[in-house]
Design a protein around this ligand. Structure first.
Ligand code: SIN
Length: 272
């Protein structure tokens, strides 16, 4: 197995591995460490059945069930169908985010297996939240260290999937540290995102709005990013604890389709 960095701060391609086969302990542990270091891992030329994709995800933890997403693979409640075509009104992940950060225990990571790609376009951007944190000035890092933010699923999901059989349950919301410590690497990562983070709890509304606007812009700095160009059989495994991602929808009206499993995570914390 060979692990080749995609950019200095974000992403690595893993070569010489067949993800359809059960991973032995040493391989799973190498991938876990590589994920925590590079924030997202890419694999090419894979062929996975739904059962094999679920088994791959389960190697890293129990699978997560999405609280809102209505397009689920029949017979596989743990698999989200990520698709767009000429009838699509809205795609999944169309702005910078960390998956379902509104959960009290947001997902550890997600594994997307691409099956069909448009003739051109449909790339996904990933950004390292370690790099985003490290690039802040020391006084600002000190200020953010004690703060928490509200991540709200209600205002994000209610009405989002209109016309699809969306759930009418209440959606989760949670308060998380603005800077979270990665449980495996021990590094600090910025943990606020445009899709879910509504306000910084300890600040006045105007202060919170201004600081979040600055941070949202900061996390999108090109130097923190890598960009993945998909082919059928590509797999991306991203770490929601230290990465954000943004799916590009520049290929309308063409089709793109993939299957995603999501791995349960734990409660974010900050440790100095
Ligand atoms: C997502 O799961 O957020 C979508 C990612 C993608 O379609 O590239």
């Amino acid at each position: 197995m060979e692990i080749v960095k995609s950019t200095p701060h974000c992403g690595a391609e893993v070569r010489g591995i067949d993800l359809s086969r059960p991973l032995d302990d040493a391989t799973a542990s190498t991938l876990e460490a590589a994920l925590a270091e590079h924030c997202v891992l890419f694999f090419r030329g894979q062929s996975l059945t739904p059962e094999q994709q679920k088994a791959l995800g389960r190697r890293f933890g129990p699978l997560h069930l999405h609280p809102a997403y209505p397009d689920i693979l029949e017979g596989h409640p743990e698999i989200m169908v990520i698709r767009a075509d000429e009838n699509t009104k809205r795609i999944a992940g169309e702005d910078w985010h960390s998956d379902v950060s509104c959960d009290s225990e947001p997902p550890l990571g997600s594994i997307l297996y691409m099956q069909e790609v448009p003739p051109v376009g449909g790339d996904t951007l990933f950004a390292s939240m370690y790099a985003a944190y490290d690039a802040l000035s020391a006084p600002l890092r000190g200020f953010l260290a004690g703060l928490t933010a509200l991540h709200d699923g209600e205002s994000t999901y209610r009405g989002r999937y209109e016309g699809m059989k969306a759930s009418d349950r209440p959606y989760p919301s949670a308060e998380h540290p603005v800077v979270r410590t990665h449980p495996r690497s021990g590094r600090q990562a910025l943990f606020v995102n445009r899709i879910f983070t509504r306000r910084i709890v300890q600040l006045a509304p105007r202060e919170s709005d201004a600081l979040l606007a600055m941070l949202f812009q900061h996390v999108e700095t090109p130097e923190f990013q890598c960009r993945f160009h998909w082919a059928p059989g590509s797999v991306a495994f991203w770490d929601n604890r230290c990465a954000q991602h943004h799916a590009l929808w520049d290929y309308y009206p063409h089709r793109r389709r993939g299957l995603r499993v999501t791995i349960q995570g734990d409660r974010p914390y900050y440790r100095a």
